[in-house]
Design a protein around this ligand. Structure first.
Ligand code: MYA
Length: 423
């Protein structure tokens, strides 16, 4: 998880945008240097991909580490509206902010349910810490199981997200205790690998992506401080620059439905095979991640292109709000999720055709996101996004998203990573 906004020109010029501004020496990572993760300054050259540390379930502690006096472990019941609200409120007040504390993620219960109750979820992975006296929820960490492929090897891994410590308890080394607890629970289930993202630099990213933003509602983005007015430009010019047509252009484009699930899974599997690292979806998982729930606030939008009865293309985006801290309003932010196109699978591979096709699809995605009243469309520098970011008027953001694997050594990953983990 990482919170970013459009970068000012000043930062580009001073090089503030360059990677590694948060990096420390390995010795300064008092916790992370004890964990089975690759270290900075280690190896290079060819190594075989695989686990760093092999353990047995019988050797794993049956009980959590004790917490400092006054606090206790709980598992949170996200089926219970009251407990869901407690997680929502902890994150709404204390989760990820941008560097200047202008925005903070606002993960509404519908999004939290989508993200943490995916197929295979178990309550024991919704780990909280409560103050014993007041019963207040003061810290949280979660995981869901994912099947992740790194080159030719696929393994189950715990995708860890929503690590959060109340602002008043920061800097007390509670985060390492939470991380060890989610590791222990995973290990007892025979899961030995982890997958996670963070805006901060830790030992050692498998891949680093940059966020790009495409304004849909430039006036609002400017008013709340997200998008600066470029030097020498006028607001009317920016509004005109980001204007979009009312209707989509791709022939055969329609909302994805339940009966498309198998075709989408097949198309995605073949398309994602192009990348070094990607998730593998079962039909059940694809149904969960891509089909909107019609009975609650919409979180996910998915579309397919059908021509002559065949699904040739697919794209999806989800919405996570961010609170605008100064005025109690929210930004509705679209995040490009997975996509796939037969055009990218033609033999021989025809990059100009894929570029044309992706530009058409993403332009339609922008139109649909605007129609859904979303304010900005985010995409990362992963998958084939380089083919459309510039043409679709995305601009670089002011930070990065680092992808990490726990207990897995992988030689450098190029291209695609798990777009889901940007949540
Ligand atoms: S990323 C989103 C993280 N959340 C936020 O940024 C919300 C706002 N911030 C906070 O709530 C706190 O500042 C947090 C740290 C909780 C982040 N990932 O307790 P401390 C290391 C991993 O004194 P606090 C997400 O959710 C830091 O380098 N480690 O610090 C994915 C230092 O270690 P070292 C982090 O500020 C999470 C230690 O913690 C992160 O009070 C994936 C300091 O602890 C971070 N984002 O609390 C977790 N930030 O001394 C890993 C700081 O070594 C999962 N630290 O430098 C690993 C896989 C586990 C499963 C394995 C299965 C087998």
């Amino acid at each position: 998880a990482s919170m970013l906004k459009n970068m000012n020109l000043a930062d580009i010029m001073t090089g503030l945008a360059a990677s590694g501004k948060n990096a420390k020496d390995m010795g300064a990572y008092k916790f992370w240097q004890t964990q089975p993760v690759p270290k900075f300054g280690e190896e290079g050259g060819k190594v075989e991909d695989g686990p760093l540390k092999i353990q047995k379930v019988e050797d794993i502690d049956k009980e959590p580490q004790p917490l400092v006096a006054g606090f206790e472990w709980v598992t949170v019941d996200l089926m219970d509206d009251g407990e869901m609200k407690e997680v929502y409120e902890l994150l709404n007040g204390h989760y990820v902010e941008d560097d200047e504390a202008m925005f903070r993620f606002n993960y509404i219960p519908e999004v939290l349910r989508w993200a943490m109750m995916a197929p295979g979820w178990q309550r024991k992975y919704h780990i909280g810490v409560r103050a014993s006296q007041s019963r207040k929820l003061v810290a949280f960490i979660s995981a869901i199981p994912v099947h992740i492929r790194v080159r030719d090897k696929t393994f189950t891994s715990s995708e860890v997200n929503f690590l959060c410590v109340h602002k008043k308890l920061r800097g007390k080394r509670l985060a390492p205790v939470l991380i060890k607890e989610v590791t222990r629970v995973s290990n007892l289930d025979g899961v030995w690998q982890g997958l996670y993202t963070a805006g901060v630099v830790l030992p050692r990213p498998v891949s680093t992506c940059r966020y790009y933003h495409r304004a849909l509602n430039w006036k609002k983005l400017h008013a709340c401080g997200f998008s600066p007015l470029p030097a020498g430009s006028k607001p009317e010019y920016q509004v005109r620059k980001y204007a979009l047509p009312e209707t989509t252009a791709t022939k055969g484009l329609r909302e994805m439905q339940d009966e498309d699930v198998d075709a989408v899974v097949g198309l995605l599997k073949r398309y994602l095979a192009r990348y070094d690292m990607a998730p593998e979806f079962t039909a059940e998982e694809a149904r969960h991640w891509f089909l909107p729930k019609k009975d609650s606030k919409q979180v996910i939008w998915s579309y397919v292109v059908e021509n002559n009865g065949k699904i040739t293309d697919f794209f999806s985006f989800f919405c996570v709000e961010s609170s605008i801290i100064k005025n109690n309003d929210v930004l509705r932010v679209a995040y490009l999720f997975y996509y796939a196109s037969e055009t990218g699978l033609s033999e021989p591979f025809d990059k100009p055709s894929l570029k044309t096709r992706l530009n058409a699809l993403i332009n339609d995605a922008l139109i649909l996101a605007k129609r859904a009243k979303l304010d900005v469309f985010n995409a990362l520098s992963l998958m084939d996004n380089a083919l459309f970011l510039e043409q679709q008027k995305f601009g670089g953001g002011d930070g990065q998203l680092h992808y990490y694997l726990f207990n897995y050594r992988a030689s450098p990953i190029s291209g695609g990573v798990d777009a889901k983990n940007q949540l």
